[in-house]
Design a protein around this ligand. Structure first.
Ligand code: ATP
Ligand code: MG
Length: 280
């Protein structure tokens, strides 16, 4: 897909190159956030600026898989050829409004890793949830936690102003939406997610494990799966403590055994299963 840059994008590249730090991109659905993010990564790499991308769009994830937040570090232009995450954080939903605090925690976890790796330029792509109280709570929650240097606000009219008007001390770049930004139908969004899951689970095997080896979590709290059964077919996060190592699909329980499908080869060190609300 060819990206057609807006004239004002050239200035943003210069600004991000000059004033390094974390940049969050916000805008309604289909305003071109992910496309602009990709453009910025490519341009910054061409300008020899190392970049990490944090994809916190759990609905139409570009780097990761729907339902997760992910991170990748780009050191050189060639790194763009493999657009796959280095690290993932399982959220377990495709609707951010249902998991606002987990969304903020997961985004911060990925940013902290990028910062610890010493990358100074971090781009955070987000969901299109901006409207009303939910949009404001989610975006403000992220902005307060991240303390970004730049906010790239893509808007057609003034739909972001209820959020932007609350922000002080951060450089806000108000940008127009590209005329090439295309509205995608719900069907296209669903098909995109299915394709992502198919790709991820391709070549997965069925795994049988003793379920007492694991602790189970749902919405940030420990659960007893005998009392709160897991839905068959449900997407799960496979964790080492609070770090997501891989994803799985829970297929069932039988006596002391748990069955799941995953591309993960070794379960050594895995001690936690995070249950989500997605049945791919
Ligand atoms: N500058 C551009 N040049 C060419 N195509 C573009 C441009 N901007 C957006 N598009 C197209 O418009 C569509 C929506 O863009 P994109 O996915 O970047 O939006 P988004 O804001 O990330 O959407 P979402 O909120 O669903 O994550 C895509 O098909 C993309 O290819
Ligand atoms: Mg997007």
């Amino acid at each position: 897909m060819e990206i057609i840059p807006e004239f004002e994008w050239y200035k943003i590249v210069k600004e991000l190159k000059r004033y390094k730090g974390t940049t969050i991109l916000i805008g309604a659905v289909d305003t071109g956030k992910s496309t602009f993010t990709k453009y910025l990564i490519k341009e910054l790499l061409t300008n020899k600026v190392k970049v990490s991308l944090v994809d916190s769009d759990i609905g139409q994830s570009s780097l990761g898989i729907p339902g997760i937040i992910s991170m990748k570090r780009f050191d050189k232009p060639k790194d763009f050829d493999s657009f796959k995450p280095d690290k993932i954080f399982f959220v377990g939903d495709i609707n951010p409004a249902r998991k606002i605090s987990i969304m903020v925690d997961g985004t911060m976890e990925m940013i902290d890793i990028a910062r610890t790796e010493g990358v100074k330029t971090i781009l955070v792509d987000t969901t299109g949830l901006i409207a009303g109280n939910e949009g404001m709570t989610l975006k403000m929650g992220k902005i307060i936690a991240i303390k970004p240097k730049h906010i790239l606000a893509l808007q057609e009219g003034d739909e972001l102003e209820h959020i932007l008007s609350l922000i002080e001390g951060i450089c806000i770049h108000r940008l127009t939406v590209s005329p090439y930004a295309r509205k995608r139908k719900q069907k296209e969004r669903i098909e995109y997610r299915s394709k992502k899951y198919l790709e991820y689970f391709k070549g997965s095997r069925t795994i049988k494990l003793l379920h007492r080896r694991f602790e189970f979590f749902y919405n940030g709290k420990k659960i007893d799966i005998q009392e709160e059964p897991i839905k068959a077919g449900c997407l799960i996060g496979i964790n080492r403590n609070d770090k997501t190592v891989a994803l799985g699909i829970f297929t069932g329980l039988l006596l002391d055994k748990m069955f799941l499908k995953s591309p993960l080869k070794s379960f050594k060190g895995i001690n936690r299963i995070v249950v989500g609300d997605i049945v791919p």
